[in-house]
Design a protein around this ligand. Structure first.
Ligand code: ACO
Length: 377
C-alpha cells in the first residue's frame, strides 16, 4: 500500500442565533464588560436556543461540512464527535448524529475537554494512514451553558455554545496531517471538573442545594497550565513536522483567553497576527473552539490550499493536543527536505528555542512568586 495522508476536504459550523453580550451578563452576576474584555478578550458569546442540543448542532455543522466536501452521509466510514456536554450520559451523542445525518457507519464520542476535537482529528488521521477508513466526519460540539453555574461570575462569563465539523479524507498526495502531539496530566483533574453526576458522587438533594452539578474551575491554575503548555506543545509538534515556527502560515489556538494566546505568540516569537482569534465573538466553546476558528479562518480566506497550519487546544483532564497540517495537498515546505536551507534554519532555531525553554522553565517559580505577591497587595 502506498503512503496515505489525511486531508480536510469539507468544513461547516453551527452557532446558535442567541447572542449574549458582556453587558447582558452584568445584569445577572456582579461583573462588567470592562473586566471580561480586559481579562479574557471576550465581548459576546452564543447560547443555545430552546431547539438546540449538542446532537442537533453537531448534525447541522456536519451537514454543512458534507455539502462543502461534495459527499453524502452514506459515503462516510466513521463519525467522531468530541464533546463534554452530550445530550445524554447514554447513548453516545455520536450515534444520535449518525442517525440524524442518515449515515450508516460507526460513530463514537470522544471526551478530552477543550482538547477533544484536536484529539479526534489525530484519531481520524490514524484510521486513515492505517488504511482502515477513507472518509471520516470529525465534529466538535458543546452546549456547555447547561453545565455552568449562572450565579458564579468566575466561570459563567467565559463559555459559549457552538458546533463545527470537518470531513477528513484519505489521499496519496503528500500533505494533510504532518505531526501530532497528545498530552494528559491527570494530576490536575480537580482544577476543572464537575463534582457530582458521576459514579463517585451521583446526583442527590445535596448536589442541587450546593450546586455541585455545575462546572468548577481554578482559573489561575488552568491559566498557568495553559501558558506552560500552548507554546511548548506547538513548538514540539512543529519541530516533529520538520518545520520551524516561522514556517507556519496560521496558528489556530484554543480560544480560552486572549492573554494566553498573546503569551504563546511571544514565546514562539511569531507576530500575533499569525494567530487566528475569534474569542471576542464566541468565548470559550470548549471542543468546538478550534474547529470553529478553523472554519471561520477558511471562510475569511485566512487559510488557503497549501497553507501550513498549527492547531493546539488544552482543557479539562488536564489534557492538551496539537496538530500541524498542510491544507489540501501539494509541495510541502522546503524545511521538510533533509539537506535544504530550510532544514539548516530549522536546526538552528530548534537549538536556540531549547535553550530559551530551559531559561523560561527556570524562571517560572519566580513568575509565580511575583504573581502571588501582586495578588496579596
Ligand atoms: N467579573 C468581575 N470580577 C471577577 C470575575 C468576573 N467575571 N471573575 C473573577 N473576578 C474577580 C475575582 O473574584 C478576583 O477578585 P479578588 O481578587 O477580590 O478575589 C479577581 O477578579 C481576580 O481573579 P483571578 O481569578 O485571579 O483573575 P485572573 O486574572 O486569573 O482571570 C480567568 C480569571 C479569566 C478565569 C483566568 O484565570 C483564565 O482565563 N483561566 C484559564 C481558563 C481556561 O483556559 N480554561 C480552559 C479550559 S476550559 C475546558 O476544558 C472546558
Amino acid at each position: 500500500m502506498s503512503q496515505r495522508y489525511a486531508k480536510i476536504t469539507g468544513w461547516g459550523k453551527y452557532v446558535p442565533a442567541r447572542v449574549v453580550t458582556n453587558d447582558d451578563l452584568a445584569k445577572i452576576v456582579d461583573t462588567s464588560d470592562e473586566w471580561i474584555t480586559t481579562r479574557t478578550g471576550i465581548r459576546e458569546r452564543r447560547l443555545r436556543t430552546e431547539n438546540d442540543t449538542t446532537a442537533t448542532m453537531s448534525a447541522a455543522a456536519g451537514r454543512e461540512a458534507l455539502a462543502s466536501a461534495g459527499i453524502s452521509a452514506r459515503d462516510l466510514d466513521l463519525i467522531i464527535v468530541a464533546s463534554s456536554s452530550p445530550d445524554y450520559l447514554l447513548p453516545s451523542v455520536a450515534s444520535q448524529v449518525q442517525d440524524m445525518l442518515g449515515a450508516s457507519c460507526g460513530a463514537f464520542t470522544l471526551v478530552a475537554g477543550c482538547a477533544g476535537w484536536v484529539y479526534a482529528l489525530a484519531t481520524a488521521n490514524q484510521f486513515i494512514i492505517a488504511g482502515t477508513y477513507n472518509r471520516i466526519l470529525v465534529i466538535g460540539a458543546e452546549v456547555i451553558s447547561f453545565a455552568l453555574d449562572w450565579t458564579d461570575r468566575t466561570t459563567c462569563v467565559l463559555f459559549g455554545d457552538a458546533a463545527a465539523a470537518t470531513v477528513v479524507e484519505a489521499t496519496d498526495e503528500p500533505g494533510g496531517v504532518l505531526a501530532i502531539e497528545l498530552g494528559s496530566d491527570g494530576s490536575g483533574a480537580m482544577a476543572l471538573y464537575v463534582p457530582d453526576g458521576g459514579c463517585v458522587s451521583p446526583i442527590t438533594q445535596r448536589t442541587v442545594d450546593e450546586r455541585r452539578q455545575y462546572l468548577r474551575m481554578n482559573g489561575p491554575e488552568v491559566f498557568k497550565f495553559a501558558v506552560r503548555t500552548l507554546a511548548s506543545s506547538l513548538k514540539r509538534t512543529i519541530y516533529q513536522a520538520g518545520l520551524t515556527p516561522d514556517d507556519i502560515d496560521l496558528y489556530i489556538p484554543h480560544q480560552a483567553n486572549a492573554r494566553i494566546i498573546e503569551t504563546a505568540a511571544r514565546q514562539l516569537r511569531v507576530p500575533l497576527d499569525k494567530f487566528y482569534i475569534n474569542i471576542d465573538r464566541y468565548g470559550n466553546t470548549s471542543a468546538a473552539s478550534v474547529p470553529l476558528a478553523m472554519v471561520e479562518a477558511i471562510e475569511e480566506g485566512r487559510l488557503k490550499e497549501g497553507d501550513l497550519v498549527a492547531l493546539c487546544a488544552f482543557g479539562a483532564g488536564l489534557t492538551w493536543a496539537s496538530v500541524v497540517m498542510q491544507m489540501g495537498t501539494g509541495e510541502i515546505s522546503p524545511a521538510h527536505s533533509l539537506f535544504s536551507l530550510g532544514r539548516a534554519r530549522y536546526l538552528a532555531r530548534r537549538t536556540s528555542d531549547a535553550l530559551l525553554d530551559t531559561a523560561q522553565a527556570a524562571m517560572l517559580p519566580l513568575y509565580s512568586f511575583l504573581y502571588e505577591r501582586r495578588k496579596k497587595k
